[in-house]
Ligand binder design. Structure first.
Ligand code: WQD
Length: 337
């Protein structure tokens, strides 16, 4: 039984490949290498001792996707990470996002619908909730108009999967991530943002290394305890483990519906200033930062109600914010050494 991991050399993908291998799964990775490098394969091997099969593949090329599945008939399940994921870039270049995040999904599903009982895990995001009315956010919170084309591709992706599962043998689980951070404790794999990081934690660790002069804190006038925006920062290894549990649920036909949805977070909200304090504590460094205006499109607050994942999946995030920040810092130091 083989498991296909698309985008498996990416940040969350590579950590999930490690957990799949730890559980004895045979993994094949496809990645177009547009936002990662082949060196991640070495990192995975250094952790598990096993080199996953890898093929460079652009999922936007329908014929290439068809050819791949012809040559890999024994794929029983797919974990689909491959997508463009920069919110700001999606506003500047929406068609890149609709092509890469939607067409690729359609071509994948067209191949899976030919198989019996294909299991499909989809990388979704809490961004589908927009600014939710009520905290913590449950899976039943209303889906709001997307704040960016990136967020819209996640909403559309969920709808495409739901419609397709109704009339095929595809069973799916939609995993709505909150904010993934940190790195594998071995520091063999981690977050490798190319260019100037858009996300908070890599910007903090790069500032800690002196690669960036100072962090700009986007807004200190939010209606929160300290005025800075609140998010649910979840360790990427906790997130990866949830993917393996979800996949097994489908492979073992334990799912109660053709499509199930789970929020993956810690259940705790942390402000930007709290994340900075956690970094300073684990690194022993003072982080230079300045308070500036809000970033366009940002929401005030988002943290998960994790009851469903805890009870139905039997999964719960284990790492604290400080542990996650310590792993991110260890990785940054290793990458720059
Ligand atoms: C977190 C907080 C910023 C950078 C997005 C997507 C989500 C997922 C993760 C892809 C916010 C503040 C940030 C900085 C700052 N996407 N910040 N200075 O926007 O919550 O989520 O990325 O995987 O789907 O929506 O994450 O890390 O960009 O920001 O003050 O230099 O940090 O304003 O409050 P976000 P983020």
């Amino acid at each position: 039984m083989k498991i296909l991991v698309t985008g498996g050399l990416g940040f969350i993908g590579s950590h999930t490949v490690v957990e799949l291998q730890n559980q004895g799964f045979e993994v094949v990775i496809v990645d177009d290498l547009s936002n990662t490098s082949l060196s991640v394969l070495d990192g995975i091997k250094n952790i598990t001792g096993k080199v996953p099969a890898f093929e460079k593949l652009d999922l936007r090329e329908k014929n290439s996707v068809q050819d791949f599945f012809k040559r890999n008939q024994e794929i029983a399940g797919v974990i689909h990470f491959a997508a463009s994921k920069a919110v700001g870039e999606s506003v500047e270049n929406p068609l890149l996002y609709y092509e890469n995040n939607i067409s690729a999904l359609v071509y994948l599903l067209q191949e899976l619908q030919k198989k019996e009982a294909a299991s499909f895990i989809f990388s979704s995001s809490c961004t589908v909730y927009g600014q939710a009315e009520k905290m913590p956010i449950t899976e039943n919170a209303p889906i709001q108009t997307a704040m960016s084309p990136y967020g819209n591709t996640k909403q559309i992706g969920e709808e495409i999967i739901t419609d397709t599962a109704k009339v095929t043998d595809i069973n799916a689980i939609l995993l709505r991530y909150f904010n993934p951070i940190g790195s594998h404790p071995s520091a063999e794999i981690g977050e490798l943002p190319l260019g100037v990081p858009q996300n908070l934690v890599p910007f903090i660790t790069q500032t800690g290394m002196g690669l960036r002069n100072e962090l700009s804190v986007y807004g200190d006038d939010y209606p929160t305890a300290d005025g800075t925006a609140v998010r649910d920062y979840i360790h990427v290894v906790d997130l990866a483990k949830a993917h393996v549990i979800a996949l097994k649920r489908l492979l073992d036909k334990k799912n109660l519906e053709k499509v199930e949805t789970f929020n993956l977070g810690t259940g705790t909200g942390s402000s930007v200033l709290e994340v900075i304090q956690a970094f300073e504590k684990v690194s022993g460094k003072k982080l230079p930062y300045k308070l500036v205006g809000r970033r366009e499109g940002d929401i005030t607050e988002a943290y998960a109600n994790t009851d469903k994942a805890n009870t139905v999946l039997g999964w719960k995030a284990q790492s604290t914010l400080e542990e996650a920040m310590a792993s991110a810092w260890k990785w940054e130091q290793k990458v720059r050494s």
